[in-house]
Design a protein around this ligand. Structure first.
Ligand code: MIG
Length: 797
């Protein structure tokens, strides 16, 4: 909707009376218990719980107003802890015997600061502390530092550093073009990291209703607010950015390692409307030798938009169709929305009504809202019984050979003025308590994904599933990958996708992506080429476009563009062994695959708001061109030495360089001192890896030692959890006379990849000419190597 100046009419200024905040007032009593410290104050109670060495929990609520917690973001329980209390008339102090952290402040009014065991102030309260309104809003004001940066907050527009704006968490279907003033989007992840260079801490405001995080810090403070009578947050001590991400994902969970096919290239369109249309697209990929792992079926595959059906005319033999594609190595991912069509003859609707599985008002009336199928009912995902029902329904797709599901419209989106379900709907929780939609809105999509993921996993007989979601809440990484919804084919949206995905990664969501080529609006060949270059290094790599826009499959813009797009989709597959390793790390530690420079170089100020470049893992830096008709850009190279992936040219770090990159080139740089794994071009992820290479980039030093940890497994089962994977630790020491190679087999179990019988190590360095005395440890056979003045190649078997 276009807005006019009437929007800022003076008479429209909001009334402030509902926003009068009262101070929490005087501390009255501290009750210490191993389980919890209860601090009673005039204006409410504060509870302190200990979760882990670096993870504390605070809960503030008005007396008698405490609500039970339902978000399900947190998968850990608090632990008993020994607290020491010291107090006098003015000051109170709580010391954690366990880790020396202390929490202290004044008594009148009650204020609270957190100090590290070394006495460094970690999180301080401002002159205002905690406060409340009479209608259930609670606010916490903290002191902010000039040199502090803020990262995270999940899926938000804007730059990498979230400082300078206020953010609302309320899952919303936003089709209007995403821009800097678009606030609430599909995901709510009320978690952010404060980064001060040497130290960082994290704060997670766990509340499934509407919340606000205001990072306009000009006055030296920031604040956060809830609207439903309880303000609960977790504090993560860090001290590094990586520590905070690990601590946050320890608390809210990490993704399971996805199947390899989910990390390949996916093609989508709203919609491939018939079996034939979809099949033709897949065939074109194969004829043109463009790799493809999955094709998405958007809403047209269904019979009248009824979920868990296929349309009998346009997809009349779904099993044969899906099996045919599977033989070609291509998975089908159908879209599943939460809305269930009102239709007395539709079994699913009947079951939902009869068993009371839909979201209802208190008096038992079902809530109906308008979506694609027309009037629809919405499963009450707050309830365990409903989630199991929904999960089991996926047998329908599994029986047809489907292994991945795309959850859309799960904010939930409804075609009405509020864009969502009536906030008065009363959900029924697992314990059969009623809770208003208003208070749990932000976890509706999260719980739909939980139901979907668990249902798929349970019924896939040990095969990994893949769920893609638009909506989510903190912890969503446990169940689904996230794509950033309805972007447009704008260069600005290509640019925007970087800080969005980077901040999602810092917010626990390692597996994310934006529609490559842009969803709405018409893309161009050039934009598609540049976007595919970026997409090849973004965790979720899918080309998707909207109904009524021009087609954007790789071959739609002539041969030149097709060749470029193909080159980068193929490159994705060459990089698969490297990417997969970082996916494994994300599932182990919660660290993102795609990383802002600041995560790897936290002391380098130039990286603090850099989001037009990014790292893949620790060694690779991508500096894409994201402007039309542009073949050069300035690239920041953090301290150290960097090697151009394509040309081998070296760049001195700690400075900017102007680099050239014609339309066929994505600038990629490898950090000297590190290594990357490279595989071969494949048609899809099931093609056997034949040509595995580990490339070491030597820094220009006399003696140098490098190491690399490789990771591989079958890519589809859970056997890796029984140690059935391959993991080598390769150490290299090289100088002008000697070259020592040590291969340590870390792996256990019986998995053996085809490439393990013969693979290569490649050394890149500027001083490699001349013979060296070769020593190998644990590598049985190392064949005579090919050598140039800058490269040494060794066959290992
Ligand atoms: O906008 O199912 O974001 O990817 O193609 C309408 C149709 C609903 C929104 C998703 C988009 C999908 C579309 N859906």
């Amino acid at each position: 909707m276009n807005q006019s100046s009437n929007e800022i009419h003076p008479e429209k200024k909001a009334s402030k009376s509902e926003m009068v905040f009262n101070d929490i007032g005087r501390l009255e009593m501290i009750n210490v218990d191993k389980d919890m410290v209860l601090i009673e104050c005039e204006g409410g109670n504060v509870e302190v719980r200990f979760y882990a060495e670096a993870v504390l929990n605070f809960r503030y609520f008005k007396k008698g107003m405490e609500k039970k917690h339902v978000t399900q973001a947190v998968i850990r329980k608090h632990r008993a802890n020994d607290w020491l209390v010291e107090e006098d008339d003015e000051i109170w102090k709580l010391i954690s015997v366990n880790n020396g952290m202390n929490i202290s402040g004044t008594k009148n009014p009650f204020r609270m600061n957190i100090f590290s065991s070394e006495g460094e102030l970690l999180l301080g309260e401002s002159e205002q502390g905690l406060s409340y309104t009479h209608n259930g809003r609670l606010m916490s004001v903290k002191s902010a530092n000039d040199n502090e940066r803020y990262y995270g907050l999940g899926e938000k527009t804007g730059f990498l550093d979230k400082k300078g704006a206020s953010y609302t968490m309320w899952n919303t279907d936003v089709y209007a073009p995403h821009n800097p003033e678009t606030d609430a989007l599909y995901q709510s992840i009320p978690f952010f990291i404060s980064h001060r260079g040497k130290t960082a801490y994290g704060l997670f405001l766990d509340n499934s209703g509407k919340t606000h995080i205001d990072l306009r810090t000009d006055q030296g403070t920031y604040q956060f607010m809830t609207e439903n009578g309880v303000l609960e947050y977790f504090f993560f001590e860090g001290p590094t950015l990586k520590d905070v991400v690990k601590q946050y994902t320890w608390l809210t969970g990490r993704m399971e390692l996805p199947p390899k096919w989910a990390i390949g290239y996916h093609q989508s369109r709203y919609s491939y409307e018939t079996e034939k249309e979809a099949m033709d697209v897949v065939d074109a990929f194969q004829e043109k030798n463009i790799p493809l792992d999955a094709i998405c079926l958007d809403i047209h595959y269904m019979n009248g938009y009824r979920v868990f059906t296929f349309d009998e005319d346009s997809f009349n033999k779904p099993f044969e169709f899906i099996m045919n594609l599977k033989k070609k190595g291509v998975h089908v991912i159908p879209i599943v929305d939460p809305g269930v069509k009102v239709d007395a003859k539709y079994e699913l609707y009947q079951a939902g009504v009869k068993e009371g599985l839909f979201s209802q008002y208190l008096d038992g009336r079902i809530y109906y809202g308008e979506v694609w199928p027309g009037q629809s009912a919405f499963p009450d995902f707050l309830n365990d019984r409903v989630r199991r029902w929904w999960g089991d329904l996926h047998k329908f797709y599994i029986n047809l050979g489907i292994e991945g599901i795309w959850n859309d419209m799960n904010e939930p989106a409804v075609f009405n003025d509020t864009l969502t379900m009536d906030v008065q709907v009363m959900h029924k929780t697992d314990t059969d308590r009623f809770i208003a939609h208003e208070d749990v809105h932000n976890i509706y999509g999260f719980l739909m994904c939980k139901a979907t993921f668990e249902g798929m996993k349970d019924q896939l007989n040990g095969r990994r599933t893949f769920v893609l979601t638009r909506s989510g809440y903190a912890g969503i990484q446990r169940y689904a990958a996230v794509w950033t919804g309805d972007n447009r084919s704008f260069w600005e949206h290509l640019q925007l996708s970087l800080p969005m995905c980077l901040n999602l990664g810092l917010s626990g969501v390692a597996f994310s992506g934006a529609d490559v080529g842009g969803f709405a609006h018409d893309t161009s060949g050039q934009l598609l080429a540049r976007w595919t270059q970026v997409g090849a290094f973004i965790p979720y790599f899918r080309n998707h476009s909207s109904i009524d826009t021009i087609r954007q499959e790789p071959w739609m813009f002539g041969e030149e563009i097709e060749a470029i797009v193909k080159k980068y989709i193929q490159l994705r597959y060459q990089w698969m062994p490297e990417l997969y390793k970082w996916f494994k790390e994300a599932s182990n530690l919660g660290l993102p695959v795609m990383r802002p420079l600041v995560l790897e170089f936290p002391l380098d100020k130039e990286t603090y708001n850099c989001a037009d470049q990014f790292m893949v893992g620790e060694a690779t830096m991508i500096a894409p061109i994201m402007m039309p008709d542009t073949t050069h850009r300035s690239v920041y190279f953090p301290h150290g030495e960097w090697v151009d992936y394509w040309t081998g040219k070296r760049f001195e770090g700690g400075q900017y360089h102007l680099v050239q990159a014609d339309l066929t080139t994505l600038p990629i740089y490898i950090r000297a001192g590190y290594a990357i794994a490279q595989g071969s071009v494949k048609q899809h992820s099931k093609t056997i890896e034949q040509d595995m290479q580990v490339h070491f980039y030597l820094p220009n030093k006399e003696v140098t030692s490098l190491s690399y940890d490789s990771y591989d497994d079958d890519g589809e089962s859970y056997e890796y959890q029984n140690n059935d994977f391959s993991n080598y630790s390769i150490n290299i020491t090289v100088d002008h006379i000697n070259l020592k190679i040590e291969v340590i087999t870390v792996k256990k179990g019986s998995y053996k990849a085809a490439w393990e019988s013969s693979w290569k190590i490649v050394l890149h360095g500027d001083f490699l000419e001349g013979e060296r005395y070769l020593t190998t440890i644990n590598a049985n056979k190392v064949s005579p190597y090919i050598q140039t003045d800058k490269e040494i190649m060794l066959d290992i078997s």
